[in-house]
Design a protein around this ligand. Structure first.
Ligand code: SF4
Ligand code: FE
Length: 494
């Protein structure tokens, strides 16, 4: 069965010669660097749970190409049930790790490339789809961790890719050879790429005909010549180097370990190129990817919020406030917001429909609504958690204060609340809540899978406002009254 174990995943990363930089310094082995380790550990969980008999149905699935049982993270959605199970998988992983487990970007990119290569072949008579299927078979067999790369630096925001003073502000083909292409540029906010086996590069915007060089989609090994990762800083990240509970989520980290990935003239052989100049399909590819990914947030953030709600509820016990009616009502508010987004994600999935290639797409209005709600609810859930946890979240002493005999007894004594709980318990919970509601988490929720306005534009487009106006006209002025019913006289002339 092609399912990697967690140890095999980490060993396979060690075998790659990934060129990575953390805080300006070259990293020898990404698998052994403390700044990256928690994020690797989170991905390792996705491999681990696939071997658990109780999660088999959610974490693994029969490949539609080989009939073999593969990881759901390498699968092409074949039904609405597949889409629902994906959301269930995300909630499970969110509950297990309390953070971002990174593999969903690659999964949605695989599906988007599967669909777009089919579309391009239908329209242009090319053979990208077979090429992509051959690649996908290898991904499934090796159970690869893939990162998707879509967001270009974008340079001057008022200018199109071809109008930029620096043409590299969007990833582009700088050379076309007989056997492949050479790409140059960078992708930002890249989740999980630094601890992945490979990157799926896609255009990040719709393109005009003359922007042919920017219409490139391809798969690049994480350690290909010319690829380098520059790891981003997060709030409090130097605490990872100290160890202990001040990190907040010591085992799994905060969000996904994002990096800038640079393509410094990277050669990509033809068999890994899935779009090369077909500008008319770039917007559809972006749309496929974004729609699938936006529905995800009801699952992953749902699982993360379950952990945050649990930590907050336990904090109220530690403080001794858990029986207060107002406190209980605020917990209900957190639950309400969380279940609303989860329900929308399940709804978007249950209403999924097949694309021409056979892959199932989520219902787009609901998928965009999920993400729109996430841009608010994650903040709001965090706000209520802060409210219930108290000012201590922002002022508590570092964990090492408990180790200094001169002050430890004071720290213990004056942070003690409900005597049933040790003071350290309160600190651990506080640190978790502090870090998991930090700017890193919040910004990911607002901008991940597209900034709020991107969803609002799609929602307005899909809403068919004219049809709603017609509905209002019909209800108010309609002439479909059934004779003989006791209707009041209409006094306003039509
Ligand atoms: Fe997956 Fe959520 Fe992380 Fe996106 S933010 S990669 S959907 S866990
Ligand atoms: Fe994300």
């Amino acid at each position: 069965m092609p399912l990697k174990t967690p140890v095999q995943y980490v060993d396979s990363l060690r075998e790659l010669k990934i060129r990575a930089y953390v805080n300006g310094e070259r990293v020898d082995s990404v698998a052994d660097h403390p700044a990256i380790a928690p994020h690797i550990n989170t991905v390792a969980k996705t491999y681990e749970l696939a071997h658990a008999p109780e999660h088999r149905d959610v974490m693994t699935v029969e490949s539609h190409m080989t009939g073999e049982r593969v990881h759901r993270y390498t699968h092409i959605f074949q039904s609405a049930d597949d889409l629902v199970k994906k959301i269930q998988m995300l909630r499970l992983l969110g509950q297990t790790t309390g953070t971002c487990f990174q593999r969903c970007v690659g999964l949605d990119a695989l599906n988007a490339l599967y669909a777009i290569t089919y579309d391009i072949d239908q329209g242009e008579g090319s053979d990208y789809h077979q090429r992509f299927r051959a690649y996908l078979a290898q991904v499934q067999k090796a159970d690869l961790m893939l990162a998707g790369a879509m967001t270009d630096p974008k340079g001057h925001r008022a200018l199109r890719p071809s109008q930029q003073e620096d043409p590299d502000q969007f990833v582009r083909v700088v050379e076309r050879r007989e056997d492949g292409v050479v790409i140059r540029g960078a992708k930002l906010h890249n989740t999980g790429g630094i601890n992945s086996h490979g990157i799926l590069v896609m255009p990040g915007t719709g393109l005009k005909e003359e922007e042919r060089d920017y219409a490139v989609a391809c798969a690049v090994p994480a350690d290909a010549a010319g690829v380098l990762f520059i790891f981003g800083r997060q709030s409090n990240d130097s605490r990872k180097l100290e160890g202990g509970c001040d990190i907040g989520n010591p085992r799994f980290g905060v969000v996904g370990g994002e990096a800038m990935v640079v393509f410094d003239d990277v050669f990509v052989p033809n068999e890994r190129v899935f779009m090369n100049g077909e500008t008319g399909y770039a917007a559809t590819l972006v749309n496929y990817f974004a729609t699938w990914h936006r529905a995800n947030y009801g699952g992953c953030k749902g699982g993360n919020a379950d952990v945050l709600i649990g930590a907050t509820a336990k904090m109220t016990k530690v403080l001794g406030t858990e029986r207060n009616a107002v406190v209980r009502d605020k917990l209900i508010e957190m639950i309400h917001m969380n279940e609303t987004t989860y329900a929308s994600a399940i709804g978007a999935s249950a209403m999924g429909y097949p694309l021409l290639c056979g892959a199932y797409m989520v219902e787009p209005m609901m998928a965009n609504t999920v993400k729109q709600n996430i841009t608010r609810n994650v903040y709001e859930i965090g706000r209520v958690s802060h409210d219930l946890s108290g000012g201590f979240l922002a002022t508590m002493p570092g964990e090492k204060s408990f180790d200094n005999p001169e002050i430890a007894r004071f720290v213990e004594k004056y942070h003690q609340a409900n005597p049933e709980y040790e003071t350290r318990e309160r600190v651990k919970l506080g640190r978790y809540i502090e870090n998991m509601t930090s700017v890193t988490t919040m910004v990911e929720a607002i901008h991940g899978a597209g900034s709020p306005q991107a969803q609002r534009i799609v929602m307005l487009g899909l809403a068919e406002i004219d049809k709603k106006i017609a509905m209002a006209d019909q209800v108010i002025d309609g002439d479909d009254d059934v004779e003989g019913l006791p209707l009041p006289e209409r006094r306003v002339d039509k």
